[in-house]
Design a protein around this ligand. Structure first.
Ligand code: KG4
Ligand code: ZN
Length: 340
């Protein structure tokens, strides 16, 4: 029988201090997330300096809890996985330094992971049958990518945003209508009370790049609509704005994803990242996939937003490929997908 492979994974790329223990890449024994959202929401967004300091305060406690819940000690582990990019450099450094220290002290191999590879790999946790090749739409606060997952750890970017990320657009529109940070979950909720066809917000097409996205025009259209209403003394219907904006985002995300899946001859489609927790996006993508005869995969919301279990899943497949990092591993804030 094959020996179990146990990984401790650490994630600190943005505003979540997270650690997890994962068995054989797909079984989550613990998944501890300490969110800093309450702190950053006072400022309307993530403040990098505060994020780094909070990671330092929390990291040991979070790791201890992850080990305790999994009933493991460092000596039981086979490797340490850690996000080393992309993200906020100061925040990333805390996780990377911690992972290196544990790797050195416990004598365990170190595996650095790309944050987006982590988001994609979140799909492996609950979908035991999912194997590459498949197409994955990654939509988070910092990224909007259509990625062809050719093999474990082998990626080809098919399309991406030219300006704002989808999550960034959710956050900015939420702020404009006074919903606060982070805006995604709040727009998701408020949209259910609004009419998604109330306002015809634009869907941007980029000439010559059928799989790319652009959300800055949509964001401006929402701001213009609010200004116009204020000037004319027309009452603003926040729920209608939220629902119509969300519909415009979902429309382009679903259309581009289905188009590229078909063009690439993919039979399986997955979604990942914080915006993948959006209930209407999940529903719309499921319906579109069903209609096109594509198999649809998605993680539970807790594995969509930042967490370390997804980093453990990604680190497992990197480890299987023979990837090991030395104690000179550094945080790379603009790390490219597929770079090692
Ligand atoms: O993946 P994530 O936790 O962090 C990054 O890697 O960026 O994504 C955070 C983003 C935020 O912009 C947040 O507003 C958005 O995901 N988000 C949502 C939902 N939950 C989180 N957007 C839409 N609907 C949601 N339910
Ligand atoms: Zn993320």
């Amino acid at each position: 029988m094959k020996k179990d492979m146990l990984l401790l994974a650490i994630e600190t790329s943005c505003d979540e201090t997270a650690a997890a223990v994962v068995r054989n890449g797909r079984e989550v024994l613990s998944n501890v997330i300490s969110s800093q959202i309450d702190l950053h929401k006072l400022y309307g967004g993530v403040v990098p300096e505060i994020a780094s300091r909070k990671h330092i305060e929390k990291i040991n406690q979070v790791i201890e809890e992850a080990l305790e819940t999994a009933q493991m000690e460092l000596k039981d582990l086979d490797a340490i996985g850690v996000t080393y990019g992309p993200g906020l450099v100061g925040a990333l450094l805390v996780g990377v330094a911690e992972a290196k220290a544990i790797s050195y002290a416990a004598g365990k191999p170190l595996v650095g992971v790309h944050h987006i590879e982590g988001h994609i790999s979140a799909n492996y946790i609950e979908n035991k049958d999912l194997e590459p090749p498949f197409l994955c739409l990654i939509v988070s606060g910092g990224h909007t990518h259509l990625v062809l997952v050719k093999e474990y750890g082998e990626y080809q970017i098919i399309g991406k945003t030219r300006d704002d990320a989808a999550g960034e657009a959710f956050d900015k529109v939420a702020r404009a209508i006074g919903l606060g940070y982070p805006g995604g979950p709040k727009i998701d909720k408020l949209s259910k009370e609004g009419n998604k066809n109330a306002i015809a917000f634009p869907r941007a097409n980029i000439e010559g790049s059928p799989y790319d996205f652009s959300f800055s025009g949509l964001k401006s259209a929402v701001l213009n609509h609010i200004n116009y209403c204020e000037m004319k003394n027309i009452d603003i219907n926040k729920a209608d704005i939220a629902a119509s904006f969300q519909e415009a985002v979902i429309d382009v995300l679903v259309t581009r994803t289905i188009l590229s899946a078909k063009d690439q001859g993919m039979k399986k489609v997955a979604i990942a990242g914080g915006v993948a927790a959006n209930s209407s996006l999940r529903q719309a993508m499921m319906q579109a996939c069903e209609k096109e005869g594509l198999q649809f995969y998605y993680p539970s919301p807790i594995f969509c937003t930042d967490n370390a279990a997804m980093i453990g899943a990604a680190a497992y497949y990197e480890y299987q490929k023979g990837i090991r990092h030395g104690l000179d591993l550094n945080a790379i804030p603009n790390l490219k997908l597929g770079e090692r």
